[in-house]
Design a protein around this ligand. Structure first.
Ligand code: CO
Length: 416
């Protein structure tokens, strides 16, 4: 699946995982359930999904030396529908939402929106999820006219409860939201027991720029890195290590959930592999000591209108190659050893790299690596691709960067 197709088909973490699952199945990977007993054979690829929104896939060689784990996150900032999603005060029907993650709120106004996620129904005595993707222009979040707020262009403080409830329509729209969500999931509305539904923007990914070198899309952070890791994994010939894709949910809200990077999901899978492979604890510890984690998440490119926000020396640009991220605070985990490992990896993969560090007077963001290492004590590097407008609902990246991450991931998994 091409990056743009993957982005367009993945409006939520649940869809991203489903699309990764389909691609893995297409390549012959074997599904495992955390509830069932596992039988594992060397030379094959397996995957396991937790809660529908996180996925771990692995390929095991004969006599593995250790692990090569590529992590990324499946979620993006959005707005989540609350229970009883419609509010119908007055003549309009709006959706009652709360914020998910740290989004740039202004970007959500005056563009067609819709709803996606999952509903939970009871089927054969079990609670099952059904994906929801209401595939039509459904909602809009209208700005307040300039005449009613003359200060609108001088900055505005958004209040989610007041400003961010999208308009479903007039009185005729009452009751439509859950009805259409159930329809989209192929279930009866009365069978929906609960749901996780999010707003998504209808604008698809687009390639632009004078030479077609820019991509603008929802969810580049971090589905660009999910897609590149997946492509790298699928094109790898695999070397002497257990190759692992670890796609976590909930990075945008701190990773501390049962399917987040700070959960035991990855370490649980590793421990089960140890059992299945009949590995002694001593041998397992030696494997852990010979392992590496690449935490792949997008970072900031030099902004064309705000170059002053960038470090004065390390100034990554769109289409400048793989991004290697450092922070003394260790919010980015890369240290000298891990940085050297990645630089060697880039040399092997034949791709250029560039460095991101925050300006020393800006705290910057954080990412997966520092959460994941709590459970898996590997040397870790934070890498990614440079983008603009991070956490806008429509972000901008470099078309030619994508391939550098695909090649880096493949070279990582191919290590002998
Ligand atoms: Co991210």
């Amino acid at each position: 699946m091409q990056l743009t197709d993957f982005l367009n088909a993945s409006p939520t973490a649940f869809h991203a995982v489903e699309n990764v699952r389909k691609a893995l199945e297409g390549a012959g990977a074997v599904p495992l359930s955390e509830k069932d007993a596992w039988e594992i054979q060397a030379g094959r690829t397996y995957y396991v999904i937790r809660n529908g929104s996180a996925l771990t896939a692995f390929h095991i060689p004969e006599s593995p030396k250790g692990f090569r784990v590529y992590a990324a996150h499946t979620d993006s900032p959005s707005f989540k529908l609350k229970e009883n999603p419609e509010t119908a005060e007055g003549p309009y029907v709006r959706l009652n939402v709360e914020g998910y993650g740290g989004m740039l709120m202004s970007t959500w106004f005056d563009r067609p929106l819709s709803v996606a996620g999952r509903v939970i129904v009871k089927e054969d005595g079990e609670l099952r999820q059904k994906l929801v993707l209401i595939d039509r222009d459904l909602l809009i979040l209208p700005s307040l006219a300039i005449h009613m707020n003359r200060e609108a262009n001088s900055g505005y403080s958004y209040n989610v409860q007041k400003d961010m409830l999208p308009l479903l329509g007039c009185a005729a729209s009452k009751g439509q939201l859950l009805k259409q969500a159930a329809e989209s999931a192929g279930v009866r509305e009365e069978d929906v027991l609960d749901y996780d539904l999010f707003l998504y923007v209808r604008e698809p990914a687009r390639v632009l720029g004078g030479a077609g070198e820019l991509i603008a899309a929802p969810h580049l952070d971090d589905l660009e890195c999910v897609s590149a890791g997946l492509e790298g994994f699928l094109s790898a010939s695999f070397g002497g290590y257990i190759s692992v894709l670890a796609f976590f949910d909930n990075e945008e809200v701190g990773s501390r959930t049962r399917q987040g990077a700070e959960s035991t999901f990855l370490s649980d899978v590793m421990r089960r592999l140890k059992e299945c492979l009949g590995c002694s604890e001593e041998r397992y510890q030696r494997m852990i000591a010979d392992s590496f984690l690449l935490s792949a998440d997008n970072g900031h490119a030099l902004h064309p209108n705000h170059p002053e926000k960038c470090d004065p020396v390390n100034r990554p640009v769109l289409n400048g190659g793989l991004l290697l991220k450092y922070a003394a605070s260790q919010r980015y985990t890369t240290d000298g050893y891990a940085g050297a490992f990645v630089k060697e990896l880039c040399r092997r993969a034949g791709v250029p790299f560039q460095v991101f560090v925050n300006r020393s007077d800006l705290p910057g963001g954080s990412t997966l690596g520092s959460h994941a290492v709590i459970q898996v004590p590997f040397p870790t590097a934070d890498i990614g691709l440079a983008i603009l407008a991070m956490h806008s609902c429509y972000e901008t990246g470099g078309v030619w960067d994508y391939e550098t991450l695909v090649k880096t991931a493949a070279a990582f998994f191919d290590e002998q």
